[in-house]
Design a protein around this ligand. Structure first.
Ligand code: ATP
Length: 263
């Protein structure tokens, strides 16, 4: 599988927010997409998965041009997207959430394959196994992120797109999630990882793209990007700070909530 973007543009109404993006994900690669809040990372990954229409340029996947295909067709071809904020269905069980991930294959793939896939995922993500019939809303933020990734894998993707998997997740679980992402690559699934947490995502990635104001400002070997003082000072420092701020914000919300519940 190879994903290629050529001069890709996207707009909200008349506002173009993605400008002429060239990007490539090769088989078996983790590619990190980093940049501060508002740089355009989410817009880019939504455009790849077909949740937003591109306004110009091309998207190629496995040798086929896909930028005019509906999002479900892109899932069928092997692109799964785990959105920012997880969007796990709280009032559904973990099992129901997992089954939803395989919906595009309904009627195309025997039910026993879905069941087998769930068994496989339970081995890969032991935290989910004993809780399949629990409501997903009872899981912690990090566990919900793991469920969202597992749900994405139910589509049997060749390319998994993860949008901010570390957002609102405790540092210990962030480590676990990033470890899982490395395992996925080892299993032959390519990963496009959109993250404000630039340092950690570049640390596990093969290559990286740095975005600012809807443009790719630089790209290259992930380690080289991490070691570049200029890039760190101009882009990654800001990204690290804003990711810290996000965590702070989520922490403040949680303590306000606890306070409200206690009074
Ligand atoms: P974040 O981490 O905050 O999601 P990001 O790098 O993913 O940041 P985007 O969410 O893609 O950035 O935002 C890129 C630009 O598009 C920003 O200027 C943002 O304000 C704008 N934007 C995002 N979503 C919408 C929308 N639904 N309608 C209009 N403008 C939007």
């Amino acid at each position: 599988m190879t994903l290629i973007l050529r001069k890709l543009c996207a707009a909200y109404g008349n506002d173009t927010v993605l400008h002429q993006i060239d990007l490539q994900v090769a088989p078996g690669e983790i590619v990190a997409l980093v940049g501060a809040n508002g740089a355009g990372k989410s817009t880019m990954v939504r455009t790849i998965s077909g949740l937003i229409n591109s306004s110009a340029g091309e998207i190629w996947f496995d040798g086929e041009r896909i930028d005019r295909l509906a999002s479900g067709q892109r899932v069928l071809r092997g692109i799964a997207h785990v959105p920012e904020g997880r969007q796990v269905f709280h009032d559904m069980t973990i099992l129901e959430n997992l089954r939803l991930g395989a919906y595009v294959h309904q009627g195309r793939r025997p039910d026993r394959c879905t069941t087998r896939e769930i068994e496989r995922l339970c081995k890969r993500f032991p935290v989910l196994a004993p809780r399949l019939n629990d409501m997903s809303g009872n899981l912690s933020g990090g566990q919900q992120q793991i469920l969202a990734i597992a749900r994405g894998l139910m589509a049997a993707p060749k390319l998994l797109i993860l949008d901010e998997p570390s957002l609102g997740v405790s540092p210990a679980l962030v480590q676990e999630i990033f470890g899982l992402i490395k395992q996925l690559r080892d299993d032959g699934i390519s990963v496009l990882l959109s993250e404000q947490n630039a340092r950690q995502s570049l640390a596990i990635a093969d290559r990286g793209y740095v975005m600012s104001n809807g443009r790719v400002v630089t790209e290259g070997d992930a380690r080289a990007l991490l070691q570049s003082e200029e890039i760190a000072a101009r882009y990654l420092g800001v990204a690290a700070v804003s990711s810290e701020r996000n965590r702070e914000y989520v922490g403040q919300l949680a303590s306000k909530l606890k306070h409200a519940l206690a009074t």
